[in-house]
Write a protein that binds this ligand. Structure first.
Ligand code: NI
Length: 188
Protein backbone atom coordinates (compact mmCIF):
# COMPACT_ATOMS: atom_id res chain seq x y z
CA UNK A 1 0.00 0.00 0.00
CA UNK A 2 1.38 3.40 -0.90
CA UNK A 3 1.72 6.14 1.66
CA UNK A 4 -1.08 8.04 -0.01
CA UNK A 5 -3.37 5.02 0.18
CA UNK A 6 -2.46 4.55 3.83
CA UNK A 7 -3.34 8.17 4.56
CA UNK A 8 -6.66 7.75 2.82
CA UNK A 9 -7.44 4.69 4.93
CA UNK A 10 -6.61 6.49 8.16
CA UNK A 11 -8.66 9.51 7.23
CA UNK A 12 -11.56 7.32 6.17
CA UNK A 13 -11.47 5.72 9.61
CA UNK A 14 -11.19 8.99 11.46
CA UNK A 15 -13.34 11.34 9.49
CA UNK A 16 -17.04 10.70 8.90
CA UNK A 17 -18.01 10.66 5.24
CA UNK A 18 -18.67 14.02 3.69
CA UNK A 19 -16.96 16.14 6.29
CA UNK A 20 -13.49 17.25 7.17
CA UNK A 21 -14.76 19.28 10.10
CA UNK A 22 -12.29 19.18 12.93
CA UNK A 23 -15.10 18.98 15.49
CA UNK A 24 -15.79 15.41 14.45
CA UNK A 25 -12.24 14.17 14.73
CA UNK A 26 -10.48 13.21 17.91
CA UNK A 27 -6.73 13.08 17.39
CA UNK A 28 -4.01 13.74 19.88
CA UNK A 29 -3.21 12.88 23.46
CA UNK A 30 -0.28 12.48 25.80
CA UNK A 31 3.14 11.23 24.72
CA UNK A 32 6.52 10.74 26.31
CA UNK A 33 9.31 10.95 23.75
CA UNK A 34 12.93 12.08 23.49
CA UNK A 35 14.07 14.98 21.33
CA UNK A 36 17.20 15.23 19.19
CA UNK A 37 19.20 16.63 22.09
CA UNK A 38 18.31 13.65 24.30
CA UNK A 39 15.81 15.64 26.37
CA UNK A 40 12.53 13.95 27.39
CA UNK A 41 9.55 15.78 25.90
CA UNK A 42 5.82 15.40 26.47
CA UNK A 43 2.82 16.92 24.73
CA UNK A 44 2.52 19.34 27.66
CA UNK A 45 5.81 20.97 26.60
CA UNK A 46 4.00 22.21 23.52
CA UNK A 47 0.88 23.54 25.19
CA UNK A 48 0.47 27.20 24.36
CA UNK A 49 1.91 26.64 20.91
CA UNK A 50 0.54 25.21 17.69
CA UNK A 51 2.39 21.97 16.92
CA UNK A 52 2.59 21.09 13.24
CA UNK A 53 3.39 17.38 13.34
CA UNK A 54 4.73 15.04 10.71
CA UNK A 55 5.37 11.32 11.17
CA UNK A 56 8.00 9.58 9.06
CA UNK A 57 11.51 8.18 9.10
CA UNK A 58 14.91 9.59 8.29
CA UNK A 59 15.71 7.09 5.53
CA UNK A 60 12.57 8.03 3.62
CA UNK A 61 13.64 8.80 0.05
CA UNK A 62 11.09 11.40 -0.96
CA UNK A 63 7.87 11.95 0.97
CA UNK A 64 9.40 12.90 4.32
CA UNK A 65 12.06 15.28 2.99
CA UNK A 66 9.50 17.05 0.85
CA UNK A 67 7.00 17.48 3.69
CA UNK A 68 9.62 18.58 6.20
CA UNK A 69 11.05 20.99 3.63
CA UNK A 70 7.61 22.52 3.15
CA UNK A 71 7.12 22.80 6.92
CA UNK A 72 10.46 24.59 7.33
CA UNK A 73 9.70 26.94 4.44
CA UNK A 74 6.27 27.65 5.96
CA UNK A 75 7.91 28.62 9.23
CA UNK A 76 10.20 31.06 7.40
CA UNK A 77 7.38 32.48 5.32
CA UNK A 78 5.16 32.94 8.38
CA UNK A 79 8.05 34.55 10.26
CA UNK A 80 8.28 37.14 7.51
CA UNK A 81 4.53 37.77 7.32
CA UNK A 82 3.37 37.38 10.91
CA UNK A 83 6.33 36.91 13.27
CA UNK A 84 4.21 36.74 16.42
CA UNK A 85 2.26 33.85 14.90
CA UNK A 86 5.42 32.11 13.77
CA UNK A 87 6.68 32.21 17.35
CA UNK A 88 3.61 30.21 18.41
CA UNK A 89 4.16 27.58 15.71
CA UNK A 90 6.11 24.43 16.66
CA UNK A 91 7.50 21.99 14.08
CA UNK A 92 7.60 18.34 15.17
CA UNK A 93 8.93 15.33 13.32
CA UNK A 94 8.10 12.04 15.03
CA UNK A 95 9.82 8.92 13.74
CA UNK A 96 7.96 5.72 12.94
CA UNK A 97 11.31 3.91 12.80
CA UNK A 98 12.67 4.29 16.35
CA UNK A 99 14.99 1.30 16.01
CA UNK A 100 17.18 3.10 13.46
CA UNK A 101 16.20 6.71 14.21
CA UNK A 102 18.18 7.16 17.39
CA UNK A 103 18.70 10.54 19.09
CA UNK A 104 21.98 11.03 17.20
CA UNK A 105 20.44 10.15 13.85
CA UNK A 106 17.51 12.48 14.50
CA UNK A 107 19.86 15.32 15.45
CA UNK A 108 21.70 15.08 12.13
CA UNK A 109 18.48 14.79 10.20
CA UNK A 110 16.33 17.59 11.60
CA UNK A 111 19.27 19.98 11.35
CA UNK A 112 18.99 19.73 7.58
CA UNK A 113 15.51 21.21 7.54
CA UNK A 114 14.96 23.97 10.07
CA UNK A 115 16.59 25.13 13.32
CA UNK A 116 13.20 25.00 15.04
CA UNK A 117 12.29 21.51 13.86
CA UNK A 118 12.06 19.19 16.88
CA UNK A 119 12.83 15.53 16.13
CA UNK A 120 11.21 13.00 18.46
CA UNK A 121 12.01 9.34 18.95
CA UNK A 122 11.29 6.89 21.74
CA UNK A 123 10.59 3.29 22.64
CA UNK A 124 8.74 1.12 20.15
CA UNK A 125 5.76 1.07 22.52
CA UNK A 126 5.65 4.86 22.85
CA UNK A 127 5.92 5.31 19.08
CA UNK A 128 3.11 2.80 18.63
CA UNK A 129 0.96 4.74 21.07
CA UNK A 130 1.60 8.21 19.68
CA UNK A 131 1.08 7.12 16.07
CA UNK A 132 -2.21 5.46 17.00
CA UNK A 133 -3.40 8.53 18.91
CA UNK A 134 -2.44 10.89 16.10
CA UNK A 135 -3.90 8.74 13.32
CA UNK A 136 -0.75 7.55 11.59
CA UNK A 137 -0.27 4.11 10.09
CA UNK A 138 3.11 2.58 9.29
CA UNK A 139 4.52 -0.80 8.42
CA UNK A 140 8.00 -2.11 7.63
CA UNK A 141 8.55 -3.22 4.04
CA UNK A 142 11.40 -5.70 3.52
CA UNK A 143 14.05 -4.74 1.00
CA UNK A 144 16.81 -6.72 -0.65
CA UNK A 145 19.76 -7.56 1.54
CA UNK A 146 17.73 -7.80 4.75
CA UNK A 147 17.12 -4.08 4.94
CA UNK A 148 13.69 -2.52 5.26
CA UNK A 149 11.80 0.65 4.47
CA UNK A 150 8.81 2.02 6.36
CA UNK A 151 5.57 2.58 4.56
CA UNK A 152 3.70 5.31 6.37
CA UNK A 153 0.76 7.65 6.09
CA UNK A 154 1.96 11.07 5.12
CA UNK A 155 -0.21 13.89 6.26
CA UNK A 156 0.71 16.87 8.38
CA UNK A 157 -1.39 17.43 11.51
CA UNK A 158 -1.94 20.82 13.11
CA UNK A 159 -2.74 20.84 16.81
CA UNK A 160 -3.97 23.77 18.89
CA UNK A 161 -2.51 25.40 22.00
CA UNK A 162 -4.47 23.18 24.42
CA UNK A 163 -3.41 20.01 22.60
CA UNK A 164 -6.60 19.88 20.55
CA UNK A 165 -6.73 18.69 16.95
CA UNK A 166 -7.28 21.52 14.46
CA UNK A 167 -6.77 20.24 10.92
CA UNK A 168 -4.49 18.29 8.63
CA UNK A 169 -2.68 18.85 5.33
CA UNK A 170 -1.64 16.43 2.61
CA UNK A 171 2.10 15.78 2.51
CA UNK A 172 2.30 17.54 -0.87
CA UNK A 173 0.39 20.63 0.32
CA UNK A 174 1.43 23.78 -1.52
CA UNK A 175 3.55 26.14 0.52
CA UNK A 176 1.28 29.14 0.00
CA UNK A 177 -1.78 27.11 1.04
CA UNK A 178 -0.07 25.88 4.18
CA UNK A 179 1.12 29.34 5.16
CA UNK A 180 -2.29 30.90 4.55
CA UNK A 181 -4.01 28.28 6.69
CA UNK A 182 -1.46 28.63 9.49
CA UNK A 183 -1.88 32.38 9.45
CA UNK A 184 -5.65 31.94 9.63
CA UNK A 185 -5.56 29.28 12.37
CA UNK A 186 -2.99 30.70 14.74
CA UNK A 187 -4.47 33.22 17.13
CA UNK A 188 -2.72 36.59 17.16
NI1 NI B 1 8.43 9.24 4.44
Amino acid sequence: MTARALAAVVLALLIPAGTLASDDVSLGGPFRLIDQTGTPRTEADFHGSYPLIYFGFTRCPDLCPRSLGTMGAAMDELSARAPEKARRLALLFITVDPERDTVAVMKDYVGKFHPRLVGLTGSAQEIERVTRNYGTLYAPVPEEGGDYAMDHSGFIVLMGPAGEYLTYFESDVRLDELVAELERRIAP
